[in-house]
Design a protein around this ligand. Sequence first.
Ligand SMILES: [Mg+2]
Length: 320
Amino acid sequence: MTQPSDTRAKRAALIINPVKNTGADIRAIVSELCAAEGWEDVLYLETTVDDPGRGQAQEAVDAGVDVVIAAGGDGTVRCVAEVVAGTGAALGLIPLGTGNLLARNLDIAVDNPEQAAKAALFGTERNVDVVHVKVDRAQESHVFLVMAGLGFDASIMADTRDDLKDKVGWLAYVDAGIRNLGGKPARTRITLDGGETITRRLRSVMGGNCGKIMGGLEIFPGAKIDDGLLDIMTVAPHGRLGWFGVVGKLFARGKGKDPSLEYFQCKSAEIQLDEPQEIQLDGDPLGKGTHMALRVDPNSLRLRMPYGKKDPAVVTNPTP
Ligand SMILES: [Mg+2]
């Protein structure tokens, strides 16, 4: 299928979250596909509670593999991407989680591990943006690929019951959402590209690298994963009933004058709160913080995706 440009056999690393229960033997699928193309033996690594992907990704990059495959949920993908971005190695995905948000945004199969494995090994490649995040001015920065949030959305992620996630999938987030509807807005200052500062009383601020969340809903209608821009969304419903306005504007793809939902675009943003709020990156709760600095790193991640699928820039484009 693929013709190597040099005589060296190619090699893939497979980083898998062993907790994710799938009917398929992912290791066997990837090994067989690689063997059939004359690739070297797969470098097989498992994530652990203490190291959810970064150490394994570093080992894979150090071994000089051609592609690093993250097989797991959004958390595994995020941790592996954090290390792989900027190294020149390609990242492939075998989605095994509940959300699989990045895979959905790139039209990577979420219910067919063999198809996803083929795209990861032999698919086309695109350079996409990642977003670096620093919480409370920490030295250490994190990366997200789909979205980050401060406030209501992150409270949902922190409050979602794992037992319910296993039983009803993404509906578990709805359960947590309803339980968290009644919170208070927080005074929030958002500085865009080191310039203009916007002050609002908000329930949630979100940063988006691409647009789609679960159920096919695009919460960032204008977001593209390779435009070098970070999309910011602010959520400020007036009381519980105000959520109807938020939901209405979301379904209207951000159109309309309802001020409960606003969008901005920038390359970097700083978000400052008076009171600590929950923070999430690609659905992973990070704990509470009062300050978040976000910065786009344009085209820094080589991502494998299926042939014949639309360009990511098109995938997230709003239909007129
Ligand atoms: Mg973008």
